[in-house]
Structure formats: C-alpha cells, structure tokens
Design a protein around this ligand. Structure first.
Ligand code: SF4
Length: 106
C-alpha cells in the first residue's frame, strides 16, 4: 500500500468518525432528522395541549384548535402532529392544543 493510499484511508476513517460524532441536536437543527418529542404547555406562544386551558387567554376564541390552524401540518399519531410554525419545528403538538399565534386554516 502506498503512503497516499494509507493517508487517504486514515482521512476517510477520521471523517466517518467525525460525522458519527455529530450531536443529534445538530442534525435536528439542520432538518435532517425531525424530533418526535411532544410539546409541553408553555413551549412557545402560550402553547397548551388542551385548548380549554386557554379559555381565559385574550386571543383565544372557542373552536380554535391546532388541527384547524393554518400552521397545522401532517398528523402523526394518537392526536399529535406537526406544526409548521418555526417555533414548533422541534416538537409535535396536540391536535386539540392551541397557542397564541393561531390563525384559521381557511
Ligand atoms: S401555530 Fe397553530 S398548529 Fe402550531 S401550535 Fe400554534 S395553534 Fe397549534
């Protein structure tokens, strides 16, 4: 094996190890992997998992739910789904949840 082949192999091994060592948060931040954790109350914009808990919020109106919000993305399972608002891109939100940036889908 030539010296160049050996150094190339060493370089490739080092690169693979460096990629494997990238923190998950880096991959999440760049959108390569989407988080599946569920939002907790207060995640952002006064978010609550149960819209009824927002009934005393100044912006809340009856019938407003994540599932009929313009930011509601695809459902995932068990009443949870994706929100396309950038402040929720790292969590799933509940279909029956609500937050103060709610906007009607139509
Ligand atoms: S932006 Fe809409 S879908 Fe996203 S958390 Fe707020 S109310 Fe729910």
């Amino acid at each position: 094996m030539s010296g160049i082949d050996k150094s190339r192999r060493t370089f490739l091994k080092g690169s693979a190890a460096a990629l494997a060592a990238l923190p998950l948060s880096t991959l999440l931040h760049h959108g390569s992997v989407r988080a599946e954790s569920r939002a907790e109350d207060g995640h952002a914009h006064d978010y609550v998992n149960d819209a009824a808990d927002a009934s005393d919020h100044a912006r809340f109106e009856e019938g407003q739910l994540c599932e009929n919000c313009v930011f509601w993305g695809e459902g995932v399972e068990n009443g949870w789904g994706r929100c396309t608002h950038p402040d929720f891109d790292d969590v799933l939100v509940r279909a029956e949840g609500w937050c103060s940036v709610y906007a009607p889908a139509s």
